[in-house]
Design a protein around this ligand. Sequence first.
Ligand SMILES: [Zn+2]
Length: 221
Amino acid sequence: MSAIPTKRLFWEDPYLKEFDAAALKVEGSRVVLDQTCFYPRGGGQTADLGQIQEARVVDVEKNEALDIVHILERDAPFKAGENVHGVVDWSRRYRIMRLHSAAHIVYYLMQQVYGEDCKPASSGLLDDQKERADYWFTDKLDREKLKQVEMEANRIIAEGRAIATWTDQDGESRFWKMEPFPAMACAGTHVRNSNEIGKIQVERGKKPGKGRERIEISLGE
Ligand SMILES: [Zn+2]
């Protein structure tokens, strides 16, 4: 086992769909590679799915040493020390990247449009279909304002704004930034230009509890 945690190729290039790697550790269906473009479940973002050699990847997680553990549908058809090829389910991952980028824009607009009425109550949860985040509301949810959030988000997205992501100097924390919004800590995968997101829908989800509302984002296709 190397002391350096798995190299995160999805940070260097979130558009990388395939990669070669060395298998460092293989325990049944659990596999650690020296590098990977499979995003591990975390920070509200679901794990990438795909394939390593001929085995399907059904989940991906981080262990305590911050290595990325790929969980295969069955025992690995290769051993530690061998070189392997990985392929990420790209259409699914790209939807996640678009949705995650949209989620940051909506997060800021919710507070801008509703003002003091609205405070974030949870960090978002996202898969390739929806992003869901809860907000505290002092008042009843004004549906007109939610339409305004959706319209404003779609207007900004269509402007084709550049989206930057980077690792800070400690080499651990990741950030997201798009003008005119402030930078936000986020380790997820994002698109590089807002126009890749396309048109989104912003809707009210199932009420999560008293004083709170769930806001759901989906991609318009
Ligand atoms: Zn993010």
